[in-house]
Design a protein. Structure first.
Length: 263
């Protein structure tokens, strides 16, 4: 990631304030915490432009950071935004109380689903997501160090990312389009004073509702069952779906978790 001098406009706003680097998550961006605001630095891309547009679209419908300044310089995007308060859902306060954890996630999902999808400027339906996935595969950008061991290899379901990509193309499910966060894992959901809020939107837009259900499901299971170092409890799948008030479509859950392996 690019270091050195920030663009003049961003630098003038920050006025050499001290910062710490945020290392939670796997976004690939450099994220700096300036206390009352956050700066996200990443190579210029369609995804970073989408993130800004989607954040602006969500303003007033759900709590998200406000865009203070956004600019591109020398091939890098600089997104300066307000900092959310509260705790991430991966905090022990929620992982020790799975029902509350699931309820907070359900609250976010239903907030998103009640936003009119036809007004959203960002398309993240399967045609778009598979295009991004193919780019990652062709350009060797699939992070093979962070995939599920059962996905690839001698004992995996697929020989390699190319094999998985073709399977995803051949088995596209029908889509039930809603407003989707696109990466609804626990570090991207905040709780503050009883309210829920969201961060990190490169893949936010119009998409099937199971994109978010599947990734929230996986994130809860992994966090509760020791995937990040500490075992809290066995993931209660029945409770999870009861709290979300849905009858699960397991084929779609499987599909969208596999699709995310290519990101």
């Amino acid at each position: 990631m690019k270091g050195g001098q920030l663009p003049d406009t961003t630098l003038n706003i920050l006025r050499n304030k001290p910062y710490t680097v945020i290392n939670v998550g796997l976004s690939g961006a450099e994220v700096r915490d300036y206390g009352d605001c956050v700066l996200k630095i990443q190579p210029h891309s369609e995804k970073s432009v989408n993130e800004v547009n989607f954040m602006r679209f969500l303003q007033g419908a759900i709590t998200v950071p406000e865009v203070i300044n956004y600019q591109t310089e020398e091939g890098f995007d600089y997104l300066l935004m307000t900092k959310l308060g509260g705790k991430m859902l991966c905090d022990g306060q929620y992982l020790t109380n799975p029902r509350t954890l699931f309820e907070k996630g359900a609250e976010v999902l239903y907030k998103l689903w009640h936003i009119p999808a036809d007004e959203c400027p960002s398309d993240m339906s399967l045609s778009t997501k598979l295009r991004f996935a193919e780019y990652n595969v062709v350009n060797n950008q699939v992070d093979m160090q962070n995939v599920n061991p059962s996905t690839f290899g001698a004992n995996g379901r697929f020989k390699n990312p190319e094999h998985l990509l073709q399977w995803l193309k051949d088995n596209k499910p029908a889509e039930d389009i809603v407003i989707s966060h696109g990466d609804l894992c626990l570090p991207n959901i905040f709780c503050c004073n009883g309210d829920t809020a969201l961060i990190d939107f490169p893949y936010g837009g119009r998409a099937d509702r199971y994109c978010d259900i599947a990734l929230f499901y996986r994130s809860c299971k992994d966090n509760l069952e020791g995937g990040y170092g500490r075992f809290y409890c066995k993931f209660d799948e029945e409770l999870f779906f009861n709290v979300l008030s849905i009858t699960p479509d397991r084929d779609k859950i499987d599909y969208y978790i596999l699709l995310d392996e290519l990101f």
